[in-house]
Design a protein around this ligand. Structure first.
Ligand SMILES: [Zn+2]
Length: 743
């Protein structure tokens, strides 16, 4: 009997999934299909190392006094009840949680006459739980700093940098991180049965002028490091561009040294590190560490996203899709918490957290539950929802083997241009999330495509590419996009896409002008109030527009022109402003201009829609139908055929489709139907949702219900699998196995 978490404020934190085997049997009887209960229809993949399998991580980040009377049994009880397979515990660095015979050691003053890391690592080893040690080398307090001042970061005058949060900062090249830090990691792995290291706060802010950094800079450039005020805007300016590039390189070299030290203990010992969210711009640039570039050094990838970061509820899924685009072979882990990140002692609203976690899992993610409130939940001040991850972890555990090798199965990929993020960050995140929002609402299977992984293979099976104001594109990227469209791929782009090269240098016009069928007239208008778009001709991209001659405009609009020799069509044109006040003057005469806002073009075998305004950003920040419906219709038009998924599910249900490349799919539904306020305190159950998944040249052979809130039927109808979900409370997931049709 599964234990249910206690009720909280009248909310039920988690609904245990419906008894799956019952459904499977009834489906079996009804459909005559050989529904699988336990095993996959396909040969199991060879045993993957532990860090390549779904991860169910709990971290109890200890405060200093938490070691007093540290209750190893209580911690292990929490790990077991959570159904976790990995625990993260404090190692050392700022404060050491073990006795370390080193002049630089900084033992926790509350340490008792025992070795909790030894006890814990033995207990974890006995129960098959992986244990990672958290280390943090961002800085040291004054007393330790004085023992080796030459190991620390320095300002332009060569003097040590001022204290940050009471710590003398360090740099990637200095002795503190490299001699002391790596030595401490070796000691942890030698002394305890640890499975790896969680490197917290990897980044190092700003410029360092220590002797080592100066020497390395001089060796690379023949010059001294430029001296500028210690401010982020100075650091991010052009004078420091060369330094920033070198520093990012030094960051990678440092990580490589750390990684080698860990791998000397065996390939199964892992390095993972803290990097910031997928849309963070300033920290990667000032800190020299970016998930975008450091991912090859980590054994699994972590995206940090907490509910109280004030983000959109689908960010948990976005984070996983993004990490899967960076490296589809590695586990993508959502670093989040059952407690708030800003107010660490208090739990997150359970129903909202539940949707957050399922959103990550539906997209193929693993979960990391970070708690900073005591040694284990019985010691927490707030004990209302410590087992928040238990049911999601249980799901991951039960489906571990069957879900191996599953990756996002995308009809449409959203292009993530790292060069644009770095150079044109205004609106970058919103444009990407706006495109995602529309795709999710339309139930179009989506994924990311990152510019550092942009290969022909990354476009396999993709029907349309969406470029959310991808301003900075290289010649090679442009050529690959061109080839994709020429061969029949769809393309939807907006605003400044391809106006600059990857270094941010203006191209003087769109690099993709021939594909868009138009070019820029060179002027950006602010169109955030009282601007409109005049409909020039009816077209499928306006299928949902209805009875109107105009559409709303917003944000900024790039004035464009369609050349005389272009076969492109202007669907709408730029008009305005039509002033709101005084109302008697709320009119203009000739409302037409020659500047198109929506351009449809045919290029090779492909269909192209270009928007001169920031439609994707507006889909997130405004959400008006003149943005979200039109973008949705444009994507549908660019795809150029019937959708692979058809469903009557409302937009508040997110579908996620994974596939393993061998004919197995996992289709998941996450119900976000709730009252119009956050946090989610109520979730409306839905009845009778039908999904038709077009299997192309394959047909349904088997299926397996992975999670359900009620009966689910799966049947073969022509080339489709038709799935009927009779009740959806929160999360349902179905494995669909297919076989190649006979020729
Ligand atoms: Zn330095």
């Amino acid at each position: 009997m599964r234990r249910q978490a206690p009720k909280i404020n009248g909310e039920t934190p988690f609904m245990p999934p419906f008894a799956c085997s019952t459904i499977a049997h009834s489906a079996f009887a009804m459909l005559g299909l050989n529904c699988l209960l336990a095993s996959s229809a396909f040969a199991e993949p060879p045993e993957a190392p532990w860090h390549r399998r779904p991860l169910r991580i709990v971290q109890t980040l200890l405060r200093e006094p938490d070691v007093v009377g540290y209750d190893v049994d209580g911690v292990m009880r929490f790990v077991r009840e959570s159904r976790a397979n990995c625990l993260v515990i404090n190692g050392g660095g700022i404060i050491d949680f073990f006795r370390y015979d080193s002049e630089m050691a900084n033992p926790n003053p509350f340490l008792e006459d025992r070795d909790i890391l030894a006890e814990l690592s033995e207990a974890c080893h006995k129960e098959g739980i992986k244990l990672l040690a958290r280390v943090d080398f961002r800085g040291a307090e004054e007393a330790r700093f004085r023992k080796h001042p030459d190991w620390f970061a320095a300002g332009p005058d060569g003097e040590p940098k001022p204290l940050q949060n009471g710590l003398r900062p360090t740099c990637f090249n200095g002795g503190y991180r490299n001699e002391y830090g790596i030595g401490l990691i070796r000691h942890l792995l030698e002394t305890y049965r640890m499975d790896g290291v969680w490197y917290n706060s990897v980044h190092s802010r700003g410029a360092c002028y220590c002797a080592v950094c100066q020497e390395k800079y001089r060796a690379a450039t023949g010059e001294s490091i430029p001296v500028l005020p210690d401010a982020d805007d100075a650091f991010l300016g052009p004078e420091m561009a060369r330094y920033r590039a070198l520093k990012a390189q030094w960051g990678l070299e440092h990580l490589d040294r750390v990684r080698q030290a860990i791998k000397a203990f065996g390939d199964d010992r892992v390095l993972v590190g803290e990097v910031f969210g997928m849309f963070g711009v300033s920290v990667p640039l000032t800190g020299g560490i970016d998930v975008y570039t450091v991912s090859p050094y980590f054994d699994f990838l972590i995206g940090k996203a907490f509910l109280d970061d004030g983000q959109y509820p689908f960010l948990a899924g976005s984070t996983i899709r993004f990490l899967k685009a960076l490296d589809p072979e590695k586990q993508a882990v959502l670093l989040t918490g059952a407690h708030r990140n800003s107010d660490r002692q208090i739990f997150e609203p359970p129903l909202e957290l539940e949707g957050w976690l399922w959103e990550a899992i539906a997209n193929g993610g693993s979960i990391w539950n970070a708690l900073i409130a005591g040694s284990h939940p019985e010691t927490f001040l707030d004990r209302r929802n410590p087992l928040a991850t238990r049911i999601p972890f249980d799901f991951l555990a039960r489906r571990e083997q069957a879900s191996m090798g599953m990756k996002p199965s995308a009809d449409v990929k959203v292009y993530y241009s790292g060069a644009t993020r770095e150079r044109f960050s205004g609106g970058f995140a919103a444009a990407i999330q706006g495109a995602e929002r529309v795709l999710l609402q339309r139930h179009i299977p989506l994924g990311f495509l990152t510019d550092n992984n942009f290969t022909d293979e990354s476009l396999t099976g993709v029907r349309a590419l969406v470029l959310p104001s991808a301003a900075a594109l290289s010649d090679a990227e442009i050529e690959r996009i061109r080839a994709f469209v020429r061969e029949g791929g769809g393309l939807v782009a907006d605003f400044q896409t391809s106006l600059f090269d990857e270094q941010g240098q203006s191209r003087g016009g769109f690099g993709l002008a021939d594909v868009f069928g138009c070019d820029t007239a060179g002027e950006i208008k602010t169109t955030d109030r009282n601007f409109y778009q005049r409909i020039r001709r009816r077209h499928p991209v306006l299928a949902s527009a209805g009875d109107t001659d105009i559409l709303l405009n917003g944000a900024r609009t790039l004035l464009c022109e369609i050349g005389a020799d272009s076969g492109a069509q202007a669907i709408c044109s730029y008009i305005g402003p039509i002033k709101s006040q005084p109302p008697e003057r709320s009119w203009i005469g000739d409302a037409d201009t020659d500047h198109p806002t929506i351009v449809v073009n045919a290029y090779g075998k492909g269909r192209v829609v270009y928007f001169a305004n920031e439609i994707m950003r507006l889909c997130l920040e405004d959400g008006h139908p003149d943005f979200s419906d039109v973008l949705g219709d444009a994507i549908q038009f660019a795809i150029g055929g019937p959708p692979r998924i058809e469903t009557d599910a409302p937009p508040s249900v997110h579908l996620a489709l994974l596939e393993n490349g061998a004919g197995a799919y996992a289709l998941s539904l996450v119900n976000h139907t709730s009252a119009p306020w956050r946090p989610v305190r109520y979730r409306a159950p839905l009845e009778d949702i039908t999904i038709r998944l077009d299997l192309g040249d394959r047909s349904l052979s088997d299926f397996e219900i992975w999670a359900a809130d009620g009966p689910i039927q799966v049947e073969r109808i022509d080339r489709c699998a038709r799935i009927r979900v009779q009740r959806l409370q929160t999360f349902s997931s179905i494995a669909i196995y297919t076989k190649q049709n006979a020729p």
